[in-house]
Design a binder for this molecule. Structure first.
Ligand SMILES: [Mn+2]
Length: 344
């Protein structure tokens, strides 16, 4: 069995790119010949949006070569009522505190959104494991990752179903497939060998979600991220020093190639100092960007003439003499350009 896992699509009629991203997820599911698509919460931005978009989503989730199973997240906790129909292949698991869905060789245990602590659930979760199958736990939870804050969880507080490595360890699951963390794909192997995955939103919800988006694919061999060609944000920043203008522009050209204009909102910020005239440097950068329409340029660089006018620079330069003076002068300009760039 091949399974695809996504979460936090946050479908909204105000953001058509999110619906486009869901279409890409479904297309990728077809291309990858999956048997099951799991949505680990927040398919919709809110319950009202679920009402508005149900018709469209119904078309997407009907007559597919795979099943779709979702749980409500904290954003769409009331979206999936018994009478609402989201497609012939779609099923929402809403039974609290947990729902069990069996497949040949695999068991899915799902925890729909609910108040309460994870610890009080853990005995039920342990008992729900099928000993003769691979077991998946699907939930929407807050695992507070180092170097991330609530912005990475869609700007929400981290009190929603907090989990830790200790509470997730030893429950008996092979995979713990989660939602709630938007920023990026995160995979973590627990001491009990269970694999915990946050797939990240399959489309940038805000500019906070940087970089190509993807989904998580699970099969008998393990799980991995597969990239999507859905909309995302990317910021790139370059700092020119007086001696590296050409190398930096080469790097910009190389890195641009990995961010397709068709689905990337790119911000290119160029700071620092160049010996080149500002107007001609600007023209070179424009030429590198070519016909990109979704790229925003922030040209913050300045010409190095400003450094030459610095009295401290002039005084030191008078002392730079000898066979390597040209090299020394470049180093001096570099050092001053860094200091000036940091000042600004
Ligand atoms: Mn979310």
């Amino acid at each position: 069995m091949k399974i695809m896992h996504t979460a936090d699509v946050h479908l909204s009629s105000h953001h058509p790119r999110r619906l486009e991203a869901l279409k890409k997820v479904i297309q990728l599911g077809k291309d990858e010949h999956i048997d099951l698509l799991l949505v680990a919460g927040d398919l919709f931005d809110d319950d009202h949006q679920a009402q508005l978009l149900r018709g469209e989503v119904r078309g997407l989730f009907s007559d597919l070569p795979f099943q779709v199973v979702a749980i409500p997240g904290n954003h769409d906790q009331q979206a999936f009522t018994e009478e609402s129909f989201f497609g012939t292949e779609f099923k929402a698991l809403t039974t609290k505190p947990l729902a069990i869905e069996d497949f040949p060789d695999w068991r899915l245990v799902a925890v729909p959104y609910g108040e309460g602590s994870f610890v009080s659930l853990s005995e039920d979760l342990r008992q729900a494991v099928a000993l003769d199958k691979k077991n998946i736990l699907m939930l929407h939870c807050s695992w507070s990752l180092p170097f991330h804050n609530d912005e990475d969880y869609g700007g929400e507080d981290l009190r929603y179903l907090p989990v830790t490595e200790a509470t997730l360890t030893g429950l008996g699951y092979d995979y713990i497939l989660a939602g709630h963390f938007h920023s990026s794909y995160r995979q973590r192997i627990l001491p009990c060998k269970a694999v915990f995955v946050y797939p990240g939103s399959p489309v940038s919800i805000t500019s906070r979600e940087q970089g190509r988006r993807g989904v998580n694919i699970i099969d008998e061999k393990g799980c991995k991220q597969v990239l999507l060609d859905s909309w995302y944000y990317q910021d790139m920043e370059y700092i020119l020093r007086v001696t590296n203008t050409d190398a930096t522009l080469d790097q910009l050209e190389r890195e641009l190639a990995s961010h397709p204009d068709e689905y990337c909102t790119l911000t290119v910020r160029i700071k620092g100092y160049s010996q080149e005239n500002e107007t001609s440097l600007q023209a070179r950068i424009q030429q590198i960007l070519g016909h990109r329409v979704n790229t925003h340029l922030e040209l913050l660089f300045r010409s190095a003439g400003e450094i030459s006018a610095d009295p401290l620079y002039q005084r030191i330069r008078q002392h730079v003499q000898g066979p390597n003076s040209e090299e020394m002068d470049d180093m001096l300009l570099d050092a001053f350009s860094q200091i000036h760039a940091e000042d600004r």
